[in-house]
Design a protein around this ligand. Sequence first.
Ligand SMILES: Cc1cc2nc3c(=O)[nH]c(=O)nc-3n(C[C@H](O)[C@H](O)[C@H](O)COP(=O)(O)O)c2cc1C
Length: 331
Amino acid sequence: MKLATTYLGLKLSNPLIVGASPFCDNVKLACQLQDAGAGALVMRSLFEEQIDLEQRAMVRDIESATAAGGSEAASYFPEYSEYQLSLDRYLRQIQGLKALVKVPIIASLNGCRPGGWTDFARRFQDAGADAIELNLYNLATDPGISGAEVESDMLETVGNVVGAVHIPITVKISPFHASPVNFAMELEKAGAKGVVLFNRFYQPDFNLEDFEVHPQLKLSDSSELLLRLRWLANISPHLQGSLSATGGVHTSEDAIKALLAGAHTVQLVSVLLKHGPRYLYTLLQGMRKWMEEHGYESIDQLRGALNQHRCPDPSALERANYIRVLQSWRV
Ligand SMILES: Cc1cc2nc3c(=O)[nH]c(=O)nc-3n(C[C@H](O)[C@H](O)[C@H](O)COP(=O)(O)O)c2cc1C
């Protein structure tokens, strides 16, 4: 049985990859993930704000540099020393991983506005990264900026990063685009070799005692996969490049569903934080068993089998299903 897949033009032994997270901060852990079967590893992100901060600090004293030039907004951001990996440390981490790990290493850049920081992609490439995942995490809250302007900035950012390197760029997006299929196609036109669905937005809660907003990071569960399945199935017939699923993959069946919807790779974070690196092996065993029981000999054979390729009007189908589900309830 062939679990091999191609992602961003890279040949992977199987589609399960470790998503952007602290796992790759530790080379020993990265080796354990590889030994348990990881097809590739995505490093944690380096942020636009962090790069800007360091670039400004080169001109001034690093300790006194603040994120947005001393404005109130600057105080929202971490101090330079609070970032887990400095820029230099990040580059050395890529080199360290490449020296000891055989599977592809995907570095991660996180930002959404065009700017000098996008050149940093070249330093990832020079340090040995096999590809770059560009995370466009952004919550547009400015009432004066339209969705079209937000997307136009994002596409320009992607074009700039793509133009800075020759390694493949994949783009991690949010589910909140008005027309996700069209946006994915625009990303491809801008030079992206892949799209990652979807960013999981951390959702702050109100504390009713101290009236503070509390940032919190809860791990996912399988229910979050459903949103990804819908859009993988709708986007995959329209892209030449690769698709990756991130968010809510916790079982072998979850991974199979993402592949059936059209993903080339399936990213894992929460499940590995819960169960540890060895769980990758268990998930791969489960996938092999499912494929054997259902007569599939390769990942290529099952990829996209449940996408919307044969559906003449997916929008009408989605709406029909929505109406049918609501009508099915009686009280
Ligand atoms: C502790 C932690 C750190 C993360 N750090 C990053 C990051 O640096 N960059 C990024 O793009 N995503 C980051 N993510 C998001 C994950 O890559 C992933 O998209 C998300 O957790 C959904 O996948 P999951 O359901 O498998 O956890 C992080 C997630 C967790 C839990």
